[in-house]
Design a protein around this ligand. Structure first.
Ligand code: DAH
Length: 341
């Protein structure tokens, strides 16, 4: 039996050494030390051994068991270490590799243009004020002197949301909010989205405007002209001139359309100029002196204060500044277009 134990132990130690994985090591443990393993099998024969011999055999068996367990523990530790090494090696990150190209975002030209406009007027003391896009019929139309059945309502095809509520057709709707919520002097700039039921190459159902309003004692038409001239030069260059053409807007009297000299042609308009189409001028906004009716609605005394207002389309300004040929490019979200800004 001692020979048997010797053979079993030697073989087991070899198998432990030869194990290449934790699994195969466990197989060795079961086959040698398990309940039905080789050691138990050998010890079954203990009954036929003289009683005096038994303790010795038992001691030898225990000694083998201890040796095998010790060898297994060592092997297990080394296999686990190797497995960990392998795992670390497979997950190793080479920090010297160049990184993957990442997309860099940019602000939309409508955003940058709005910010630029607000920055220029900010230097003249205009605060930014915003209003809701879903607006009452009253503030969008009635309060700015466009009563029901007034033909001027046809100038702006309206989206109606419900009784008395519209998607604002212009940022002029914020004017009355400003006048009603503030004491004069009022000097505000209202940027935001506006909506009209209209869509083709030059019209979008949603676009952006910036409204300006300055109400104070002794505000004159010449102040309007000076402010707009400053604005035009800051935006389009120091050489820029402006001109006012009489026009009609219900909320101002007198009203004007304002043109800037073509920054492409300079002082001499060129026939072939694609920016101004040979006219030398570019229309950029509407403006005028605040109609006394608006002061009455707001509870101001029109004999005490005067004011001017103006409104411009942000897309139009952005298209002029960046020579963007088609309005629709602004809303398609094509990164090839947006990536240029
Ligand atoms: N609200 C006008 C529009 O949407 C633009 C405008 C014109 C605003 C004249 C004004 C103004 O404040 O005085 O077409």
């Amino acid at each position: 039996m001692l020979d048997q134990l010797e053979a079993l132990g030697g073989k087991a130690l070899n198998e432990v050494q030869a194990a290449t994985s934790l699994d195969s090591l466990e197989q060795v443990r079961i086959s040698v030390l398990g309940k039905k393993g080789g050691l138990s099998e050998v010890l079954k024969g203990l009954g036929s051994v003289p009683a005096t011999e038994r303790p010795k055999i038992g001691a030898v068996a225990n000694e083998w068991k201890r040796k095998i367990e010790e060898a297994m523990a060592l092997k297990k530790a080394s296999l686990e270490g190797a497995a960990l090494d392998q795992e670390i090696r497979s997950q190793r990150i080479d920090i010297t590799l160049p990184s993957r190209f990442s997309h860099r975002g940019a602000l939309h030209p409508i955003t940058t243009t709005t910010r630029k406009i607000a920055e220029v007027f900010g230097r003249l003391g205009f605060d930014v004020m915003t209003g809701p896009e879903a607006e009452t019929d009253f503030l969008n139309f009635e309060a700015v002197n466009i009563p029901k059945d007034h033909p001027a309502r046809d100038m702006q095809d309206t989206f109606f949301l419900g009784p008395g509520v519209v998607l604002r057709t212009h940022t002029s709707a914020v004017q009355m909010r400003a006048l009603r919520s503030r004491e004069w002097p009022v000097r505000i700039l209202c940027p935001g989205a506006v909506y009209r039921c209209d869509q083709d190459a030059t019209h979008s159902p949603m676009f952006h405007q910036v409204e300006g309003l300055w109400v104070d004692r002794h505000v004159k038409m010449s102040d309007l002209k000076g402010v707009l001239e400053f604005f035009a030069r800051e935006l389009f260059g120091a050489e820029t001139r402006i001109r006012l053409r009489p026009s009609y807007f219900p909320f101002v009297e007198p009203g004007a359309e304002v043109d800037v000299s073509c920054f492409q042609c300079g002082t001499s308009p060129k026939h072939e100029c694609r920016v101004c189409k040979g006219t030398g001028w570019l229309e950029i906004l509407g403006a005028g002196m605040v109609h006394p009716k608006l002061f009455e609605v707001a509870g101001y005394d029109p004999r005490e204060v005067t004011g001017f207002a103006f409104g411009m389309g942000v897309e139009r300004i952005a298209m002029l500044l960046h020579r963007i040929p088609d309005l629709r490019l602004m809303f398609q979200g094509d990164v090839r277009f947006l990536g240029q800004f």
